[in-house]
Design a protein around this ligand. Structure first.
Ligand code: GAR
Length: 196
């Protein structure tokens, strides 16, 4: 069985969508994969309650209790590696995990570390993507699922969804419209990767 480890920092709606899709589409039987752990760097992350309700193991690793980024990432890797088996390395899925990862962490999980970003990368890496897209006068925005590399919000693109900007849109309205598409493309991209 291939374990999927999902890292979150907040509401976890992408994580919930992956969990629901995995169940609905029978990933365990059809793809030999299951969401084994949901880990958050924030104890109050809303997604943790959902994961627990679903019977998924949860873990909190508060980055503030570590002296350095390296120390936090080393602890993170230690937890994640509990879900590796010799013949089945786990898949690490960043779903609204708002931490910059060290190059050492990224290279450790290279090729099996995914992220979703709420813009049409390579446009608008970083924060406040929707407001920046509105300020730039974009007519279309979207979301990108990509392999993680050591450069923030860069890396081979696995899936994208395009969303129109409507007259009078606020950043919040745009974020909500993009998020509904994120919930579709992330599980689909993961399933495709698991099928390879
Ligand atoms: C999502 O929009 C995701 O794309 C974004 O955070 C939100 C998390 O929502 N991620 C990033 O900005 C990472 N650079 P969720 O917790 O409800 O899945």
């Amino acid at each position: 069985m291939k374990n999927i480890v999902i890292l979150i920092s907040g509401g976890g709606s992408n994580m919930a969508s992956i969990v629901k899709t995995a169940r609905r589409d029978g990933w365990q039987d059809k793809l030999g994969a299951r969401v084994a752990l949901v880990l958050s760097n924030k104890a109050q992350a809303g997604g943790l309650a959902f994961a627990k309700e679903q019977g998924i193991a949860t873990e909190v690793l508060d980055h503030k209790s570590f002296d350095s980024r390296e120390a936090f990432d080393a602890a993170l890797a230690q937890v994640i590696d509990r879900f590796d088996t010799p013949d089945q390395p786990c898949l690490v899925v960043l779903a609204g995990f708002m931490r910059i990862l060290t190059p050492g962490f990224v290279s450790r999980y290279q090729g099996r570390l995914l992220n979703i970003h709420p813009s049409l990368l390579p446009a608008f890496p970083g924060l406040h993507t929707h407001q920046r897209a509105l300020d730039a006068g974009c007519q279309f925005v979207g979301a990108t699922v990509h392999q993680v590399t050591s450069e923030l919000d860069h890396g081979p693109i696995l899936a994208q969804a395009v969303v129109p900007v409507l007259p009078g849109d606020t950043a919040e309205q745009l974020a909500a419209r993009v998020l509904t598409q994120e919930h579709l493309i992330y599980p689909k991209a993961i399933a495709q990767l698991l099928q390879k």
